[in-house]
Design a protein around this ligand. Structure first.
Ligand code: SAM
Length: 267
């Protein structure tokens, strides 16, 4: 893959780098998993702050550059020439994640981070502003969609600050922003995530239209929210809908919903 395709826009703004490091809320000695270290613009400040760094970089030329810059046997830095989408991200124990992400794979990287469970302490990530806005979006806004609810089901996302193209060499064509992701530290049922995917499969369609293929139609039709679109509902409300369709009592509702036993959706 060419350099451009690998999303190689290197940070050159010291204030931005310092703000990313400050936003990590990590202690000296903590392990930072750095995604896409490139030539080490962020790696240097991370090491200077006293962190141990496990750096995952796909481009062998960047890895060679990093290894020439810092002693290979340094206890504080290990550089791994691997694809972040294929690496076992739990192998270093609980980590704080940092990175100026390769923008072309932001969503799959986020999905991998969310599947780390308690191995993810916090992540501070530089990404395209448009994506950052989707992560923190609220119902009824243009940006609210599957990526918003996927993120908000796993974590509390905060858009910390914007970064202009001039902060990079080569400047990207888009605006960027730094997001902090703090996991909720509670297990998320994968079946609920699949349900969220169905709810948003056609964003402009109602829940009735999106869900009738997956649940008994009479249950879907009976939902008070059947005529609404998923993009109008808070995560908590989507969760209530899911519990109703599964025939489980809804902890958010005073009136438990009971479904005929034979109408339950089987996973
Ligand atoms: N952190 C550096 C900086 O700020 O100057 C570089 C950031 S650059 C936006 C993204 C980096 O991710 C590049 O070095 C690129 O080679 C690397 N990268 C791209 N795809 C990757 C992948 N699948 N796995 C690991 N690293 C990847």
């Amino acid at each position: 893959m060419s350099r451009q395709k690998l999303g190689q826009h290197f940070l050159r703004s010291s204030p931005v780098l310092a703000r990313i490091v400050d936003s990590l809320r990590a202690q000296p000695g903590d392990t930072i998993l750095e995604i896409g270290p490139g030539k080490g613009a962020l790696t240097g400040p991370l090491l200077a702050a006293g962190f141990r760094v496990e750096a995952v970089e796909l481009d062998p030329a960047m890895v060679a550059h990093l290894e020439a810059q810092w002693p290979v046997d340094s206890a504080a830095l290990h550089v791994h020439c691997i694809d972040v989408l294929k690496a076992d991200l739990t192998r270093w124990g609980p980590v704080t994640v940092a990175g100026n992400l390769p923008y072309y794979i932001t969503s799959p990287i986020l999905r991998r981070l969310y599947s780390m469970g308690t191995f993810l302490r916090t992540a501070v990530l530089l990404m395209q502003l448009e994506v950052a806005e989707r992560l923190v979006a609220k119902p009824g806004t243009r940006d609210y969609g599957f990526l918003s609810v996927l993120t908000q089901a796993h974590a509390l996302p905060e858009l910390l600050f914007r970064v202009p193209p001039g902060a990079f060499h080569v400047p990207p064509k888009v605006q960027s922003a730094v997001v902090r992701i703090t996991p909720r530290n509670q297990a998320v049922d994968e079946a609920f995530i699949a349900f969220l995917g169905w709810c948003f499969s056609q964003k402009r369609k109602t829940l009735r239209n999106n869900l009738r293929a997956y649940f008994p139609p009479h249950l879907v039709d009976a939902l008070p929210q059947a005529g609404l679109r998923a993009e109008q509902l808070e995560l908590e409300e989507l969760h209530s809908v899911w519990l109703k369709l599964k025939g489980q009592p809804d902890p958010h509702s005073s009136q438990p919903v009971t479904n005929p036993p034979d109408s339950r959706h089987t996973e």
